[in-house]
Design a protein. Sequence first.
Lengths: 591, 119
Amino acid sequence: MTSREWRYFWLKLGLLAVACVFLSRLFFLQIIQHQYYVKEANAMRIRQYELLAKRGQVYFMDGEEEVVPAIMNERTWTIFVDPYYIIKNGGSNGVLKKEEVQKKLTEALGDKIIAKWDKVWENEENMYYEIAKQVDYNTTVKIKEMNLRGVGRKETSRRVYPEGRNGAQLLGFINAEGVGSGVEGALNYRLTGKDGMLKTVTDVNEIPITVGDDNIEIPAEDGENIVLTVDANVQRKVEKVLENTVKKKNGGIAAASAMVMDPNTGRIMAMANYPNYDPEKYWVESDPNVYVNRVAETPYEPASVCKPFTYAAALNEGKLNPDDTYNNTGKTVVGDRVMNNAYGTATRNGVITFRKALDYSLNTGSIEVLRKMGDGTNITKGARTTLYNYLTDNFGLGRKTGIEIYEAAGRIVSPEEQEGNAVRYANMTFGQGMNLTMLQVASAFSSIINGGLYYQPTIIAGTYENGKLVPAQQQPAVRRSVSEGTSKEMRKMLEEVRSVNGGANDLKGYRVGVKTGTAETLDKNGRYTSSKTVAGALGYGGAGKDGAMPQYVVMIRLDGNILLWGSLDAIPVFTEISNFMLQYLRIEPSK
Amino acid sequence: MSAIYTSRRMTSTGSAAWMRNHNAVRHNASLQIGSLMHAFILFLVAVAIGLFALTQGTKVAQYDADIANVNSEIAELEARRDALAVENAKITAAAANDSANAVAAAMTDANTNAEFVKD
C-alpha cells in the first residue's frame, strides 16, 4: 500500500474505533439500561390523575311525576397562595407584592378567609398555604379574573340543601369520616360513587397527550341519584305545622314529630321533626339529639293510639263484637293493680258498648277486650300470647320495619318472659308498657285500615337518571295482618272515634278516622307521671264511598314539658295536616 | 449519454436469449457521487423524515392542548351551570316555603268546635 492508502487505512480504522465506542455506549444505554431510562422517562412524562366520582344527589317528589332536589352537590374551591413564589418575585415579572396580593384577596374573599396573613408570610420557604375553603363559584371567578400570580385554586365539593331545614333529620348529613345520619348516612353506600383513574403521557405543560400505549383511563362511576317518596309539598306543610304548634305552646312542647304515609303502598310522604337544624351547618348544633329522626329512631310508649291494635286482634280472632257491652266502672283490677280510665271520663261510667269504649278511649274497655281473648274473665297466658303474636307477627311492632333509613327496633315483652305478666299486657292494650317507633305504629295502623295488608314502609321512590325518574319496583304486601272484614269494621269504628274527636273540623263530605293517645312518662324514680305526657294522634283520610281505601295515614307525636292531651293538643295538628292532604291529593268527597 | 450495452443474455444462444428480461440499455450518469455525498444525502433524507415526524407529533400535541383548553372551558361552564342550578333550587324552595306559609296563615285554627275526649 502507498503511504496515502495507509493514511486512509488508519483514518478508517480510527473512525471505526470511534464508531465502536459510540455503538458500545449506545448498546449500554439502550439495551443494558433500557428499563432504567424508561422508568426515568415515564416518571417525567407520565402523570396519574384521580377522576373523582360525583356523590349522588337526593330528590323529593313534587307531585306524582316531578322531582325537586333535596340534597345537591355544589362545586366550591379552596384558594391557596405560594408564599415562596410571591415573596421571591413580588414586584417584578408581573407578580404583585405580598401586601397587594393580601389586599386584593381580602377584598374578594371577605370573611371567607380562614388564614391569618402574618402566618401565611411567616415561612418564606412555604409553597402552599390555604387562604379560604368552600369558596363559591362567583367569588372564585372574581379571583381568577384578577390573574394574581402565585395564587391558585383547587376544586372541592360540598352538599347543599335547597329546602333548608325541611326534612333535616330525615336527610341527615355525612362528615369527613363517612359517618352520618339520615338518608346521607344510611344510603351512603348508594350515594358514594367509585373514583376513576387517568394515567397519561403529558407534555411539558402537563397537558395529557392522547396518543401512546401508556394511557390508561378508568372512568369514575358517579353515585346514584336517589329520589325519595317524600313529597316536598307535604313535607313543607308538615314542617310548618309542627313549627307553629311548638311555638304556640310557648315551651310546653319539648319536641314534635309527624309522618304521613300512603297506607296502600307503604310509601312515606312526609317525615318531620321539630326542633330541627340546618344540615349545611350541622356542626354548630350543641345538642346531638337534634340530629335524631325521632319518627324512626326513638321508640316510646305511644299510649291509646295503640288501642285499635287490641280491638283489631280481638275482632280478627272472632272474640269481639263491637256492639257487645260491659260495665264500665272507671277502673278495673288486674293482678295486684287497679287500673283507671283517664282523668275526666267518669261521665262514661255504666254499661257501655265496646264501640263507645273506643270512642271515649276507655282503658277498661281495651283491658276487657283482652280478657275476651282469653277466658272472658282473666288475662290468661293464651290471651297474652294471642295479643303478642298479633302485635309482633301481624303488625310488625317491636321490630325493625326494614325501611331503608336508620331505625330502632323498640321492644315488646313476650308473655314467656317474667315481665310479660297480666299487668304489663293490660297496660299494653292501651299502648303503655311497650316501646315502639312512630314508623312501626303508623305502618301497622295502615295495615288495619287498608283492607288488612301490611306493606313494608319505604322511603325510596326510585332513581333520577338523565333527567328522568326511574321508579323503583313497587313491592307487594308483606303479609295479611287482619281480614278485610276486620279492616272494614275498624274503619267504621275509627270514623266514629273521629266524630267525637274534632271531626267537625274536617273538610265537609270526607271520611276521616282517628285515634288519639296521651302517654304518661317515667319520672326520675321510674314511676309513671302525668305531669309530662306525650300526646299523639293517628288517623287516616280519603276513604271512598265506593269502597276505595284511605289515601293517607297521618301520625303526630308531641313530647310535652307539661301535661299534653292527644285529643286537645295533637288533634288540631292532625286536622290541619289531614285537611291539607284531602285537598292536595284532590280526593273527592265520599259522603 | 447512453451507450449500447450488450447483456450476457443477448450474447447467449438458444431460447434463453429471448426470455422476459429485456434490459438492453444501462444508464450511465455523467455525474458520479462519492460515498461521502451518499452519506450526506442519506442524512438529509433522515432529517427530512425526522422533521416530518416531528411536525406530525407536534400537531398531535397541539390538538391535545386544544382539547385541554376546550375541556377547561367545559369545566368552567359546568361549574357555572351547577352554581346556577343550586341557586335556582334554593330560590324555588324558598318561594314554595313562602307559599306554604301563606296557606298555613290563611287556614283557620282547627282547634275549635269539637267535643274532646280525655284519653
